[in-house]
Design a protein around this ligand. Structure first.
Ligand SMILES: Cc1cc2nc3c(=O)[nH]c(=O)nc-3n(C[C@H](O)[C@H](O)[C@H](O)COP(=O)(O)OP(=O)(O)OC[C@H]3O[C@@H](n4cnc5c(N)ncnc54)[C@H](O)[C@@H]3O)c2cc1C
Length: 287
């Protein structure tokens, strides 16, 4: 339960942080809230020799609009996401999801950037970011690039982040006016990761689904964007037969691990149940 020894660095700017990461190489890791990384270090599943703490970089802690996008700095805590009036009015699914993460103590310190950069399939925010069509802003010594959340996750704890890069912000395009959204999560108890969870963002027009995006949490090595299921629903009135086909399509892309949360088959079925509940609630919230 005691991590290996490491050197601690506290840069004051993004430039200083990426320079340190580049200079120190593979043995250095960014540190955000530490609520995923430090437990791994205590279990000796991670043993970085240098921790680059991003906490003193004020620029990384903000929630603002820019053009049509909502831009959230990577070091914004899950607690600040819950308390933001801007997010509550523009992107209520973020508050709803953050409230289902862990417990208040974890959320006071855990960051949105850490949650999406971590690459743990159990993290709740990545599937929501896929649903919302978010882009991640990644900065390295040689400059900045933007990667869609839908292209960021490659495997468990494996993302397209290159050594030396940090995530500085998450950019979320304004969802269409009148959209409805919901995040449904099955967990064994408060503070647990999802047995299965689903995010839905949709719009309705004339009683039919005009747009729909679906994300699934913790039912594969990565968060999943259920594109085929979304296509099935667009144009429908969400009649029972169409919803059943969409649920089957969403279940078909899952490949959950067997763990203390249940067997793969159980977790796949729970993903379907969470999806259909999120769908019904998103519809009831759509204008
Ligand atoms: C008891 C407990 C229960 C939890 N339950 C849940 C849950 O139900 N759902 C959930 O989603 N999470 C849960 N978490 C995790 C929590 O939300 C973490 O805070 C979050 O996953 C990681 O955020 P962090 O700021 O703590 O990141 P850290 O732990 O500091 O970092 C995590 C990883 O991301 C990297 N990283 C962090 N920030 C950046 C950045 N800006 N750029 C590049 N790389 C970066 C780090 O190098 C590290 O590899 C739980 C944690 C605990 C302790």
């Amino acid at each position: 339960m005691i991590p290996g020894s490491f050197a601690y660095h506290r840069p004051k700017s993004v430039r200083e942080a990426v320079t340190l990461l580049a200079d120190l190489g593979e043995d250095a890791r960014p540190l955000a809230g530490g609520h995923s990384l430090v437990p791994l270090m205590k279990l000796r599943l991670a043993a970085p020799e240098h921790l680059i703490d991003l906490a003193a970089i004020g620029d990384l802690r903000s929630i603002r609009t820019e053009g049509g996008d909502v831009v959230i700095g990577a070091m914004t805590t899950e607690h600040e996401v819950i308390g933001s009036d801007l997010l509550a009015s523009r992107l209520p699914i973020l508050r709803e999801t953050a409230l289902q993460i862990a417990d208040p103590q974890v959320r006071y310190v855990g960051t949105l950037g850490g949650n999406v950069a971590n690459g743990d399939p159990g993290n709740d925010m990545p599937a929501v970011m896929m649903c919302l069509g978010a882009d991640y802003v990644l900065v390295g010594k040689s400059g900045e690039r933007r990667v869609p959340a839908r292209a960021f996750y490659k495997g468990a704890y494996l993302t397209v982040l290159k050594p030396g890069e940090i995530l500085t912000a998450i950019r979320i395009p304004a969802p269409p006016v009148g959209h409805g959204s919901a995040y449904e999560k099955l967990k064994r108890k408060i503070g647990d990761y999802a047995t299965a969870a689903a995010a839905v963002v949709l719009t309705m027009q004339g009683g039919k689904v005009a747009t729909c995006a679906i994300g699934l949490t913790n039912v594969a090595a990565t968060p999943l964007y259920a594109e085929e299921a979304s296509k099935i629903l667009v144009g429908s009135t969400l009649d029972a037969a169409t919803v059943k086909r969409a649920v089957a399509a969403a279940e078909a892309i899952t490949s959950p691990a067997s763990d203390r949360r249940g067997t793969p088959n159980y977790r796949t079925k729970m993903a379907g149940v969470m999806f259909s509940r999120a769908l019904a609630r998103a519809k009831s919230r759509a204008a």
